[in-house]
Design a protein around this ligand. Structure first.
Ligand code: FAD
Length: 400
């Protein structure tokens, strides 16, 4: 198995890097580098810049804006975005509902939704999880009952990321209560402005406002917003989740954070006045994470090499290792940042309200390090929790 990038892939990486360097707005890059989340405008503007270049939806069918890149180029592209750092495309449209509509949607749905997703004219959110249906997603209880040319939807979704900006939500709904769990589920596209939808924010441990609860109270949804066939939603959901694999290890994010850790620990001083990086114990911690990240990168290359050899196909259970190790490494980098910040991390303020003129205590990056640390707890939960990944590894890789 040849794990090296080809000359063409190396040249492609440089092309992507040059494009990002020239076109990414400086204020967006600075915001991300200092540890802030991208704003809604950062994400929308960047998506439109990518769309103009023809790179908004590389993995989609070419007819709908795809570039025809294979898995390796897609990986390189995503890693370059992460390590720039640039905002990543809004996953809910670009990686989730877009490919589902392209694969299973009607022609009308494709024409109506796909170009608007590519240009981020519509902001999508994901309505899968419910109280009582997370890891065990097939337990969804939100119902959709057919009434003439509409469905009437009742129930609740939760953990809906960035739902506060959303124009549309794609939902798993129960259309057949009698059928076996997975068989009675459908995939419905719902306009967030529909009467009967209420959105309530959930404030996260870092003080952030990125997740929500969404309530559906007799919401009338035109039946032509059903994707594919009624009661086949579980198949489409599985297809969607397999697409989530691209870039799941978030190696570029960890690389960028490690670069920052090296930079800051060379300029921040320990109590004896020497730079933190010259403390052998601290340098050892950085080295440990770097070694793990290198090992993860090699595993990523093995997954890509297998895909390159076999073509895009069935989900590779090795991607569970990518998710598991990738999330652990991301979390460790946030711990190191906190360690560099020292007591300033304690004085953390949750993401300050816009317009607040309270000055941060200590350097701004240090004030943000604790909220970054708290926020990163989520990465071992979403996209399939790490316990679920361990189950997959045990069964599919270790044969236990
Ligand atoms: C920040 C954040 C954003 C999210 N965004 C979205 C979103 O936009 N849209 C959406 O639909 N969902 C979203 N989710 C939901 C996410 O997919 C679920 O949280 C996740 O699937 C876990 O489900 P749960 O929270 O119900 O926990 P549960 O499934 O109840 O699990 C609780 C605990 O039990 C463990 N566990 C469960 N089953 C097993 C098992 N079989 N073996 C071993 N251990 C097990 C889990 O690992 C976990 O530690 C988000 C979650 C978070 C934290």
């Amino acid at each position: 198995m040849d794990l090296r990038f080809t000359d063409e892939e190396v040249a492609f990486r440089q092309e992507v890097r040059d494009f990002i360097a020239t076109n990414l707005p400086a204020e967006t890059r600075e915001r991300l580098q200092s540890g802030h989340h991208p704003t809604r405008d950062d994400i929308v503007n960047w998506q439109r810049i990518l769309n103009e270049k023809g790179w908004a939806v590389p993995h989609w069918p070419e007819e709908w804006g795809g570039t025809g890149w294979g898995p390796v180029k897609q990986y390189i592209f995503r890693e370059e975005l992460q390590s720039a750092p640039a905002p990543e495309p809004l996953a809910f449209g670009v990686y989730m509902v877009g490919p589902v509509i392209a694969e299973y949607g009607s022609e009308e749905q494709k024409k109506r939704f796909l170009p608007r997703i590519a240009n981020l004219d519509d902001w999508w959110c994901q309505g899968f999880s419910e109280p009582g249906a997370g890891s065990d997603l097939a337990s969804v209880r939100t119902t959709a009952v057919r009434d003439g040319d509409h469905y009437i939807v009742n129930g609740q979704k939760t953990w809906t990321t960035l739902g506060q900006y959303a124009d549309w939500i794609f939902c798993l709904v129960r259309t057949d209560k009698e059928a076996k769990k997975q068989s009675g589920i459908s995939f419905l596209l719902i306009d967030m402005k529909s009467p009967g939808i209420t959105l309530r924010p959930i404030v996260t441990i870092d003080g952030g406002r990125e997740v929500n609860e969404v309530f559906f109270d007799d919401v009338r949804v035109p039946a032509d917003q059903l994707v594919g066939e009624e009661n086949r939603g579980w198949d489409y959901a599985k297809f969607l989740l397999s697409n989530e694999r691209v870039g799941i290890a978030r190696i570029g994010v960890s690389k960028e954070r490690l670069r920052r850790i090296r930079e800051l620990s060379a300029s921040e001083h320990a109590s004896d006045g020497t730079p933190l990086i010259s403390d052998p114990r601290f340098a050892e911690k950085i080295a440990e994470v770097e070694i793990d990240l290198k090992a993860l990168e090699i595993t990523q290359m093995r997954v890509l090499a297998a895909e390159r050899a076999e073509g895009k196909g069935k989900p590779n259970p090795l991607s569970s290792i990518l998710k598991l190790k990738g999330s652990q490494i991301q979390q460790r980098t946030t711990e190191l940042l906190m360690e560099i910040a020292g007591p300033y991390a304690l004085a953390y303020e949750p993401e300050r309200e816009e317009g607040s003129n309270e000055p941060p205590i200590g350097p701004e990056w240090a004030g943000l390090s604790a909220s970054t640390y708290f926020n990163a707890r989520k990465v071992s939960i979403y996209g399939g929790s790490n316990e679920i990944q361990r189950n997959i590894i045990a069964k599919a890789i270790l044969g236990l």
